[in-house]
Design a protein around this ligand. Structure first.
Ligand SMILES: O=C(O)C(=O)C[C@@H](O)[C@H](O)[C@H](O)COP(=O)(O)O
Length: 357
């Protein structure tokens, strides 16, 4: 089944990644197919792929799991593996893993010999609904998230929901935040259906449709603006403050998952949306308390504000000294390039800090 809603985002949502990958690989010379996975996916997900036609000939390498490995030395490891195994521009890289791995492997493939084909096989909810789709590739650098990278589209993204059974609840809930974001920025209906999904039951059968609809929202924005000059910035809602939380947590030795950081970022950015973009007080309260009930909080004090603001000053959406936000006038509608003063951002952090159930 090809659920690709349009153009470049060739996305296949399936419960049979083996057939989808076998077909794709058959278009490449058998000694020119390369697999990059990470330690968890090698163990839990690769067994599902062992019946892919020609799998035994695929050359394989592995990166250690964890966001702390989303770094240049991991990219170098992949380049070296490709070089030592005579990969060329007609080769194919298959990235199997979560967002960290698909971002890294895609970047390595996009830059090796100035670019070769790659396919993403995302194995976490976060990478299925977000990271593996849309062509953002790269790694963290100098304490900043995704500081180095290129935008380059994968040949295909093969989403097999069976892999989701291999991730724990925390990772599932992390990916769920990006589906919430898709509803918030584009569709009250999608938000409703996401809110109706029971995170205690985790019904896997209901997921394929939900994921396909979430990916279609992402694709809507990528299709309109693949290089993020304009409306693609909608997809960054929650990320200006979220990435600051994520980087700060990592350097303080208490790492948090990306989706949790985005949920915290959305709570604060909903406040900014209320203050300057027209979001109603009722929506602010309803949504922020709902997010709080799922994600809890990454505790901060007012002494952390300077460090967080410094991290935000490196956000890729900024222009000059302006810290630019994507905000929500209402559910389903976005306002991009919203410049917020330092005082207002601090106010939003205060709002976040004081939120309690
Ligand atoms: O695809 C996009 O565009 C996004 O902004 C999606 C985000 O959810 C995703 O986390 C992305 O990797 C963030 O990119 P960055 O440009 O803010 O580093």
């Amino acid at each position: 089944m090809n659920n690709s809603p349009s153009y470049h985002a060739a996305v296949t949502v399936t419960n049979d990644a083996v057939t989808a990958l076998s077909q794709l690989i058959s278009g490449y010379p058998e000694d020119k197919v390369f697999l990059v996975s990470e330690s968890n996916t090698t163990r839990f997900c690769l067994p599902v792929l062992q019946d892919v036609k020609g799998w035994e000939k695929v050359k394989k390498t592995e990166i250690p799991a964890g966001e702390e490995n989303k770094k240049l030395s991991s990219v170098e490891k992949i380049w070296l593996f490709l070089s030592q195994n005579s990969a060329d521009r007609k080769s194919l890289v298959i990235n199997v893993g979560g967002g960290m791995l698909t971002d890294l492997g895609s970047f390595a493939a996009s830059t090796y010999k100035r670019g070769m084909d790659f396919v993403n096989v995302p194995t976490t909810l976060l990478s299925q609904v977000d990271a593996s789709v849309g062509g953002k590739t790269g790694f963290n650098f100098n304490g900043f998230k995704n500081e180095i990278g290129v935008i380059n589209q994968p040949k295909n993204v093969i989403i097999d929901t069976r892999f989701l059974k291999t991730i724990d609840r925390q990772n599932f809930v992390s990916g769920f935040a990006e589906m919430v974001k898709h509803g918030l920025i584009h569709s009250a209906d999608h938000l409703k259906e996401v809110r109706n999904y029971d995170l205690d039951l985790l019904n896997y059968d209901a997921l394929a449709g939900l994921i396909a609809r979430s990916v279609a929202i992402k694709d809507y924005f990528v299709d309109k603006d693949p290089t993020e000059k304009n409306i693609r910035k909608a997809l960054n809602f929650g990320h200006t403050i979220g990435h600051a939380f994520e980087s700060y947590a990592m350097t303080s030795g208490k790492p948090i998952l990306h989706g949790y950081a985005v949920a915290y970022g959305m709570m604060a950015e909903l406040y900014l949306s209320h203050k300057i973009a027209g979001l109603s007080k009722q929506a602010l309260e309803d949504l922020s308390y709902w997010l709080l009930s799922i994600y809890g909080k990454f505790e901060i004090t007012s002494e952390d504000y300077d460090a967080l603001l410094n991290l935000m000053s490196h956000d890729k959406k900024n222009e000059g000294k302006r810290i630019n936000f994507t905000l929500l006038p209402k559910v389903g509608k976005v306002a991009i390039d919203q410049d917020c003063s330092r005082e207002l951002i601090v106010e939003s952090l205060e709002f976040y800090r004081k939120l309690s159930l």
